[in-house]
Write a protein that binds this ligand. Structure first.
Ligand code: APR
Length: 234
């Protein structure tokens, strides 16, 4: 049985695809007030402003392409003999478009949901407050994303994978947001080897057994080649 690998990705893995990160200089939270566009209270106060924020991100996402890091993780999932649990904090669909299966703990930009009946469907490019739910007709539709103060998705599955991990790798994330920022501690407590692949040291770097710094599009393909080569095969 091959190693059980758990991977956590953040905005940094999509940066070279042209999608913004949040906390780098000039990042998304330097351009927008997260209280206004990424909280339930902000949505209740001004749904049109929130829809405009996600409509713009959906447009950016549609014109972006997966980069070498997304494709390398898809290769790892296809070829690694053990299990590869790919968790992402990102709401873009670049993993799906690269052929990788990702657990979207912060939801998905390209999906919509109804706050009245819970129905989910592929989001139209532009959403608006007056949109009616296709299932129940209520004007209670929203982007299917997790806002600050809301519970991330799939945490049971994620913590089960962390507890059984042989290797934990964090890619392109500052570790600034919980619970994702603590996943490295969970994995280390389970005896996993922990590796950070990031453009520069993050605030979580000291928690990792190993850290490599540089762009994800270079670091990730090299690391995947190392993981697949370790099999002593091709
Ligand atoms: N290659 C690798 N890492 C990169 C690159 C790159 N090309 N560019 C930036 N990074 C790194 C930065 O150094 C930073 O550590 O990616 C990280 C991005 O950190 P954040 O902007 O904080 O993004 P993230 O960690 O994904 O934020 C977590 O916060 O706002 C919420 O829900 C949002 O999912 C997001 C969560």
């Amino acid at each position: 049985m091959g190693e059980r690998i758990v991977i956590l990705t953040g905005a940094g893995i999509s940066a070279e695809s042209g999608l913004g990160t949040f906390r780098d200089a000039g990042g998304i939270w330097a351009q927008y007030d997260l209280e206004e566009v990424a909280t339930p209270e902000g949505f209740a106060r001004d749904p049109a402003k929130v829809h405009a924020f996600y409509n713009a991100r959906r447009e950016n996402c549609r014109s972006a392409e997966p980069n070498a890091a997304h494709h390398a993780l898809a290769r790892l999932q296809a070829a690694h003999e053990g299990t590869v649990t790919l968790i992402t904090q990102n709401i873009d669909d670049l993993f799906a478009r690269a052929g990788a299966a990702a657990i979207h703990m912060h939801g998905e930009l390209m999906r919509a949901r109804c706050d009245a009946c819970g129905a989910r469907w592929p989001a139209p490019l532009r959403m608006a407050p007056e949109d009616a739910c296709a299932q129940c007709g209520a004007r209670a539709t929203r982007p299917d994303v997790v806002w600050f103060g809301e519970m991330p998705h799939h945490l049971d599955e994620i913590f089960a994978a962390l507890g059984a991990a042989d290797r934990f790798v964090a890619i392109g994330t500052s570790g600034a947001v919980q619970p994702a920022g603590n996943f490295v501690r969970e994995a280390a407590a389970a005896g996993a080897h922990t590796l950070e692949l990031n453009l520069e040291p993050s605030e979580a770097s000291p928690l990792f057994a190993e850290a490599r710094h540089g762009p994800a599009s270079a670091l990730v393909p090299d690391w995947v080649a190392q993981m697949l080569g370790a099999r002593g095969g091709i």
